[in-house]
Design a protein around this ligand. Structure first.
Ligand code: ADP
Ligand code: MG
Length: 374
């Protein structure tokens, strides 16, 4: 029998923590000395995340940092909890970026002085961490302007620029199913798509990825990337004195997918989720415009964008449907499907060069038009 790779998701395994609100309060008290005043469950894909506020009337000398906006208690899924070097890398990357003027959550030490601990919850081992809660709105709730998408592109390139100086041994051989390099392995999960037309489309994309991207990976520039610039991981803030639609990119959360991988994946993923937000492929061009101000995208990388975006859509649609099958109450996992992900995928796949109008997936032309206009 083939050896099981326990660090990679396998069909049929449920990895999400099972814990109720009292259990969460007990963890916060025991590990952080926090007397919980308010507790709210946040969205969580494979992890469980809780926003907690401490009772200010109860003195807690056990932790050094007290956050006015509260904390996020993150209980990590059973699979990722096995790789502690990656947990360390995630904590270090947040500290690294915080000291380089990137707004992101900072990990908080527990009563033992550690940035995380491993706890047995419902008979499984789970990593438990406390992060600072970063106040702000998510980009999905902000007015969808070209300028904001442009700024997101700038933010992505700047972040990866800073990460050029970040290294951690825990990331060297890290593999997980949300890496774009794992798209060929979606074959194992595609059975969750029951509609034949959708399945055909997904298979077409997976096959194209295998012959058009996999053999070219060596030509792409590598580095540490965030890996999940989605509409619920990017924080925005209103510009002081600005109008009602004047928002700026304020920060980034969710370092769960960090990986040593390819820079072009980062921008392709950001473009994908911003296009999902508007339903318009042209949005990708505004993200690209901002990105190229800091990092020029080599032609070899630009040529792969369309298949990379399609592959990310397929990955999110398949793994989302899989997670829904595991946990039917968790509707968060089908956000891509609810945002008409299949429709966007069809639009992107069928769009062809047309001499009359700019093709909406001709992101380079759209980016150049935007840059000349502004
Ligand atoms: N540190 C934080 N500050 C503010 N909001 C957070 C923070 N961590 C998580 N959230 C909220 O919880 C949601 C899910 O958390 P996230 O870390 O992105 O988990 P997942 O990997 O499951 O997407 C986010 O989209 C955000 O709304
Ligand atoms: Mg997230």
């Amino acid at each position: 029998m083939a050896e099981q790779n326990s660090s990679l998701l396998e069909p049929g395994v449920n990895i999400r923590p099972v814990i109720d609100q009292d259990g969460v309060k007990m963890l916060a008290e025991r590990l952080y000395g926090i007397c919980v005043l308010e507790l709210k469950e946040l969205n969580g894909y494979d992890d469980k995340n809780f926003h907690i506020k401490e009772d200010p009337n109860v003195k807690n000398p056990l932790i050094m940092t007290h956050c006015p906006n509260g904390y996020v208690l993150k209980i990590m899924n059973a699979m990722d909890s096995q790789n502690l070097a990656v947990v360390e890398a995630q904590n270090e990357i947040m500290n690294f970026l915080s000291t380089r003027s990137v707004t992101c959550p900072k990990p908080i030490r527990n009563v033992f002085g550690h940035m995380f601990s491993t706890e047995i919850i419902n008979n499984k081992q789970h990593v438990v961490r406390l992060l600072e809660y970063v106040p702000g709105e998510l980009i999905k709730d902000a007015p969808k302007t070209e300028a904001l998408f442009y700024q997101l592109g700038e933010f992505v390139a700047n972040l990866d620029g800073k990460l050029q100086n970040f290294n951690h041994s825990g990331l060297v051989s890290r593999e997980h199913m949300w890496m774009l390099t794992k798209v060929p392995e979606l074959d194992k999960f595609k059975y969750v798509i029951k509609d034949q037309d959708k399945l055909d489309l997904a298979e077409e994309v997976i096959e194209e990825f295998k012959y058009a991207v996999v053999p070219r990976l060596d030509e792409l520039e590598k580095g540490v990337i965030h890996g999940d610039f989605n509409e619920m991981n990017v924080l925005v803030a209103k510009k002081p004195g600005g109008g009602s639609s004047d928002y700026r990119i304020a920060g980034i959360i969710d370092f769960g997918d960090i990986q040593y991988s390819y820079y072009v994946f980062e921008v392709a993923i950001a473009m994908t989720y911003m296009m999902l937000l508007t339903g318009d492929p042209r949005t990708g061009g505004y993200v690209l415009a901002g990105y190229t101000v800091t990092r020029r995208l080599p032609d070899d990388e630009y040529r792969l964008l369309k298949i990379l975006v399609s592959a990310r859509l397929v990955q999110s649609l398949i793994l989302g449907a899989y997670a829904k099958e595991q946990d039917p109450n968790n509707t968060y996992v089908i956000s891509t499907e609810k945002a008409n992900g299949w429709e966007l995928l069809r639009k992107i796949r069928k769009s062809k060069p047309n001499p009359e109008v700019t093709d909406p997936t001709d992101w380079k032309t759209i980016a150049n038009e935007y840059l000349t206009r502004s």
